[in-house]
Design a protein around this ligand. Structure first.
Ligand code: S3P
Length: 462
């Protein structure tokens, strides 16, 4: 365990740059490994989850190396000095669709649900057997949602009770193409099926009643796969992928992760006097709903210099301290900010009035049960919170800081986003917030604490 108390130390100012998008980083490695030739990636997130994907892809045949050191951070985030995070350049020598190899040992996916579910898709349509293992958090997460469609394609599974890890997958080639309507709004399930479809003869179809992040579709097209998306009048997306694809290597610049930027956006909104620019934030509409919700709450978030990076919309976000007002969050936006609710709850706890969230059942099966864990965490920090079956109702302080925690620390349950959200709560509290374990932050955002310390006044630092 690595506990830490996060305290109010003054405004967040200057310019920072958050690390590369986690979802895009995973996919860059996986598709790079399936293209024939050398894919080059800059801005790759060097967090533990992505490194788990890289290690697993090496174990099944890809050559992956880091070719340039990360740009160093250093110093305060003042003036033109941009604080940077680890963003190395990587090359991936792909083996081609259909040529993945039998791994010699179990694939250790650490804490990463995305690595596990997407790789299960890749392995399912190759004639190899792989065992997937993970940490205590990942070992509780449901894999049935991926096992079901991949079994229909012909793969065979043995899992722990309840469809959890450890799990052994016997892939099959040729697999059978399916047409699958997603029973849960999940980009991981969609992506697992599409990745399995790459080495499957015929057309694999995923029907998505509620749109989820579309990085897989964008990137598959970028790598040269024959993929079509049809949008019906009610918004349902029908994604068709022609199998036995030949992918061409790419040069990819990974944009900054909006899910990581989210912590700094909320911190700057909540801490009086803050005026922070976060550079190069990915604003794909299937990811960026948090920023719209915060604006609707009265948050000052300006998108500067909108542009495209790696086929994704990107801008620099200028965020200034704002008094927020509670809101009813439309359940329709949930998939476009599914990872951002823990930090939205923190914003709501300091807003004026009531915030109501619904339709968040999926949050109960993330790295932790993020509804129950955030309810307990915010209560411990002095917030007024009611838990419902599918969300939280939060009555905010009206802009006053939370009381903060006493001796009992926040239990983060191996969940990076709980740790970072409650760190942000600590900045907007009187006594500070004690987080029980900061180690999981390294799964998605190893530079988080350094950036936070750099964006706040040095003299006041705890
Ligand atoms: C992800 C999809 C989401 C998200 C996760 C990353 C992805 O999961 O929570 O952090 O990269 O596809 P679900 O698809 O299960 O909602």
């Amino acid at each position: 365990m690595r506990p830490r108390r996060f305290r109010a130390t003054g405004p967040l100012t200057g310019r920072i740059r958050v690390p590369g998008d986690k979802s895009i980083s995973h996919r860059s490695i996986m598709l790079g490994a399936l293209a024939v030739g050398e894919t080059r990636v800059t801005g790759l997130l060097e967090g533990e989850d992505v490194l788990s994907t890289a290690a697993a892809m090496r174990a099944i045949g890809a050559h992956i190396e880091r070719t340039a050191a990360a740009e160093s951070g250093g110093g305060r985030a003042m003036g033109a000095d941009v604080q940077r995070t680890g963003e190395g350049s990587w090359t991936i020598h792909g083996v081609g669709v259909g040529s993945l190899l039998q791994p010699r040992t179990a694939l250790d996916m650490g804490n990463s649900g995305t690595s596990t579910r997407l790789l299960m898709g890749l392995v399912a349509s190759h004639p190899i057997t792989a065992t997937f293992i993970g940490d205590a958090s990942l070992s509780k997460r449901p894999m049935g949602r991926v096992i079901d469609p991949l079994s229909t394609m012909g793969a065979d599974f043995t899992s722990a009770p309840g469809g959890t890890l450890p799990l052994t997958l016997r892939g099959i080639a040729p697999a059978v193409p399916i047409s699958y309507r997603l029973p849960v709004a999940s980009a991981q399930v969609k992506s697992a099926i599409l990745l399995a479809g790459l080495n499957t003869p015929g057309i694999t179809t995923v029907i998505e009643p509620v749109p989820t992040r579309d990085h897989s579709e964008r990137m598959l097209k970028g790598f040269g796969a024959d993929l079509q998306v049809e949008v019906e009048a009610d918004g349902t997306r029908i994604i068709r992928l022609v199998g036995e694809a030949e992918l061409k290597p790419q040069v990819i610049a990974v944009p900054g992760d909006p899910s990581s930027a989210a912590f700094f956006v909320v911190a700057a909104l909540l801490v009086p006097g803050s005026d922070l620019v976060i550079e190069n934030v990915g604003l794909n509409p299937t990811r960026a709903a948090l920023f719209d919700v915060l604006r609707a709450m009265g948050g000052s978030i300006e998108a500067l210099d909108p542009r495209e990076v790696g086929g994704e919309p990107v801008a620099d976000l200028r965020v200034r301290h704002s008094l927020l007002t509670g809101i009813e969050v439309d359940p329709a936006v949930v998939p476009s900010m599914v990872d951002e609710f823990p930090v939205l709850f923190v914003a709501a706890a300091i807003a004026q009035g009531r915030t109501v969230t619904r339709g968040l059942e999926e949050l109960r099966v993330k790295e932790s049960d993020r509804i129950a864990v955030m309810r307990a965490a915010l209560e411990l920090a002095g917030a007024t919170v009611t838990e419902t079956a599918d969300g939280l109702i939060i009555d905010g302080t009206g802009g006053d800081p939370l009381s903060g925690t006493g001796a009992e620390p926040i239990a983060t349950h191996l969940d990076h986003r709980i740790a970072m959200s409650m760190a942000v709560a600590g900045l907007a509290s009187r006594a500070g917030v004690e987080v029980d374990d900061c180690r999981p932050i390294a799964t998605s955002f190893p530079a988080f604490e350094g950036l936070l310390d750099g964006a706040m006044p040095v003299a006041d630092r705890a």
